[in-house]
Design a protein around this ligand. Structure first.
Ligand code: NAD
Length: 319
């Protein structure tokens, strides 16, 4: 039986399934999820070869971490068979990237996840903090956490791409192992590719998240809080309807598009049901065996051309 490809994450030695399980939906940020659905989704993901799970204390105000931890415990997954990442610095009640808070945060996360360590600890959405504090205080604190064995590798996440170069140009080599970028590599926005040579030169692994543009590329459309402009939302809606009218699925096309670029160790897609897990893994396997539907892709690219690479502001403007 075909299995999902595994790809190396920078210099970490970790081999991630090309589709990663984004657990923000387990925090109910895209609608309600029952513990039974969460368990069934995580179980099927593991059965189908997904080995990477990403969460954060921010998602659902710790609900995602607790839900994921319960699932992993219930399924009795051998610890060395899974790669788990969580984050610090962003919480339901705001941002705090101080050394004191992030040091406390990892202990709280490990308790909720019921784990002794995480594979990756990310600094979550750093554009909302002072980038100089991230460089001078947070990353050194995360290094200490790494030395303690509570996290094997350190990452940074956020939306504006400039934050990554700002930090990576200022921290000692090897102190940031990974970046997680979201909404910058799907059919509508491919700007993350411009950063790849730089990231490679720094030996930093790349996780690309939100291939469905946080719900823009789904038949149900995005959640209310989605920050895209009405112009971008409307173009994506037109693209989804176009696919549906042809008996095709926009989510499948968008995920396959992101998966085609093998520079990313994994494409993190948020999932909250066994149905979505099955559809997404099938999309990945079909891509390997049959390739993408080129005609449909060109039609959708043409629909999205007027909004190509359009993004939205995020964080406090400081660079
Ligand atoms: P996404 O683009 O993966 O879209 C998720 C939405 O699509 C959810 O509503 C999900 O239920 C739905 N979906 C998934 N598969 C589907 C299918 N086959 N058909 C129809 N709908 C489907 O957006 P995301 O969840 O925000 O991003 C993925 C993950 O990446 C997150 O869960 C999180 O782990 C991570 N992430 C991190 C950051 C950050 O660190 N700042 C930001 C965004 C995402």
């Amino acid at each position: 039986m075909a299995t999902l490809e595994r790809r190396e994450l920078g210099n970490t030695g970790l081999k991630l399934s090309c589709i990663g399980f984004g657990a923000s939906p387990l925090g109910k940020v895209f609608g309600d999820v029952t513990p039974a659905d969460a368990l069934a989704a995580v179980r099927l993901a593991l059965q189908l070869g997904i080995n990477f799970f990403d969460t954060s204390p921010f998602y659902g105000g710790t609900v995602s971490e607790t839900m994921l931890g319960n699932c992993l415990r219930e399924l009795n997954v051998p610890r060395d068979k899974i790669i788990v990442s969580t984050k610090c610095g962003r919480y339901i009640d705001g941002f705090d990237f101080s050394a004191e808070r992030v040091t406390r945060s990892i202990d709280e996360s490990l308790a909720r996840l019921k784990l002794d360590y995480v594979d990756i600890l990310h600094c979550h959405d750093i554009e909302f903090g002072s980038l100089d504090q991230i460089v001078n205080e947070t990353i050194p604190a995360l290094q200490k956490i790494k030395e303690s064995g509570k996290a094997r590798f350190i990452g940074i996440t956020g939306l504006p791409l400039e934050i990554f170069t700002y930090v990576l140009d200022r921290v000692p080599p090897g102190s940031v192992d990974v970046i997680l970028s979201y909404c910058h590599y799907s059919i509508n926005d491919t700007t993350l590719v411009d950063l790849l040579p730089y990231l490679k030169s720094k030996g930093v692994g790349v996780i690309s998240a939100s291939p469905l543009a946080m719900g823009l590329f789904t038949d149900n459309g995005p959640p209310e809080w989605h920050p895209a402009s009405s112009e971008l939302k409307s173009a994506c809606r037109t693209a989804a309807v176009h696919c549906k009218e042809k008996g095709k699925n926009i989510s499948k096309l968008a995920l396959q598009y992101s998966l085609m670029n093998k520079e990313f160790a994994t494409v993190l897609v948020g999932m909250n049901s066994p149905k979505q897990v099955e559809e997404n893994v099938t999309a990945g396997l079909e891509l390997s065996s049959m390739g993408i539907d080129e005609d449909l892709l060109h039609e959708v690219e043409a629909i999205l051309q007027p909004v190509k690479n359009q993004t939205w502001p995020s964080g406090i403007q400081q660079i």
